[in-house]
Design a protein around this ligand. Structure first.
Ligand SMILES: [Zn+2]
Length: 387
């Protein structure tokens, strides 16, 4: 069955062949969807017939947001830690241990309830693709369990056994890395598409360059794609390691040297910026303009997690990117859609052109500019179409 969607004041396609700028914007547009995919886009005046019709009454349609970095399998609450931080406490990743303890103690159904609830919360705000990491289990059984649950909600599952060194391994860090690269990876890999590591020598909880390399190479050998938590707290080795190993994405990129920017510009690794973290830890924002001016592909994601960024709103991240990181509204929307798709190596999402998945986000507004112009207002939602 085909559906004709009309009444689109502004359609953002991200189709570069349209020659209407990088967003491929069409005004007074229409779109035809068939079997879950876009089959036609164009001017409403020239729209073909279809089996059914949906009229959006003059609203804007954008590709559903692609949130390429989220930690949604967890239990517990860290609102008190946030409150302390807003009173001056520093963030160093140590609070992750609190979530690990709560997650290990939770039943499958408790974790599942929170996970499915957050995915629904995201969808209600226009996110149609989300990556979900493990990383709060940190035992062989708990990491496999978290990935199994994540796979219920998305194909974009990421093994993050190397999130932090759990307390019981604090004096045996190399032993923990061997566990991650061996039995934990073996148990998690069947449920994972990606492997990730928190590479941050400046944190006593995270992993240095050699340990991160070991984890990424073991993951690659197990058939997983690579992602890296890189250069969040300091200008460390994470970004250049990510580029050297051909990682799909280096995430955070808050503290970059000139050599880091050059490496990203010369390689294929996407720089994924997570401004919800800088907002929620009151830290300086990444220099996004420097990356864009160097020609680096930039993605925006929420990093939704209970410690450093408990927002599920891509629209909020777009507003932060525009206000705090000096992206144009168009650059920010592209990064939150096509950029996220690039970071997940998913050519079928993040755009609305023939052949793409029919993942539409509709805005209660006439233009995508309202995403940044009306911060905090829930304008975006995923459009549910007849099957
Ligand atoms: Zn993260």
């Amino acid at each position: 069955m085909s559906t004709l969607v009309t009444g689109i004041a502004e359609l953002v396609t991200n189709d570069p062949t349209l020659e209407t700028g990088p967003l491929g914007v069409l005004s007074d547009a229409a779109l035809v969807v068939e079997r879950g995919h876009v089959v036609w886009t164009g001017s409403a005046a020239g729209a073909p017939d279809a089996d059914t019709r949906t009229d959006l009454g003059g609203r804007a349609v954008v590709p559903g947001f692609v949130d390429s970095h989220a930690h949604l399998v967890f239990a517990g609450d860290r609102a008190a830690e946030f409150e302390a931080r807003m009173s001056g406490a520093r963030y160093d990743g140590g609070g992750i241990g609190t979530t690990v303890a709560a997650t290990r103690a939770a039943s499958d159904d408790e974790l599942r309830g929170r996970l499915h609830g957050l995915v629904a919360e995201m969808r209600a705000q226009g996110t149609t693709t989300v990556e979900v990491k493990s990383g709060y289990g940190l035992t062989v059984e708990d990491e496999a369990r978290c990935l199994r649950l994540a796979a219920e909600v998305t194909p974009e599952t990421t093994f993050l056994g190397a999130h932090v060194v759990p307390a019981e391994y604090a004096s045996r860090r190399d032993e923990y890395v061997a566990l991650v690269c061996g039995p934990m990876l073996a148990a998690g890999a069947p449920h994972a598409r990606w492997v990730d590591v928190f590479c941050e020598p400046a944190s006593t909880h995270a992993f240095d360059a050699d340990q991160a390399r070991a984890v990424l190479e073991a993951g690659r050998d197990a058939g997983l794609g690579l992602r890296v938590h890189a250069n969040q707290l300091s200008a460390g080795p994470g970004v250049q390691l990510a580029v050297e190993l051909g990682a799909a994405s280096a995430d955070h990129c808050t503290h970059l040297s000139a050599a880091d920017v050059d490496a990203l510009a010369a390689g294929t690794t996407v720089a994924t910026l997570l401004p919800g973290v800088e907002f929620s830890t009151r830290s300086p924002y990444p220099d996004a303009r420097r990356l864009l001016d160097a020609g680096v592909t930039v993605a925006l994601a929420t990093d939704c997690n209970p410690g450093s960024s408990f927002t599920s709103s891509m629209a909020f991240c777009i507003a932060l990117a525009v206000r705090e990181m000096h992206l144009t509204p168009a650059e920010a929307l592209w990064a939150a859609t096509a950029g996220g798709a690039a970071a997940l190596e998913r050519p079928d999402v993040g755009r609305l052109a023939p052949g793409a998945r029919a993942d539409l986000a509709v805005l209660d507004a006439p233009s995508y500019r309202h995403l940044a112009y009306r911060p905090g207002v829930p304008l975006a939602s995923a459009l549910e179409l007849p099957a």
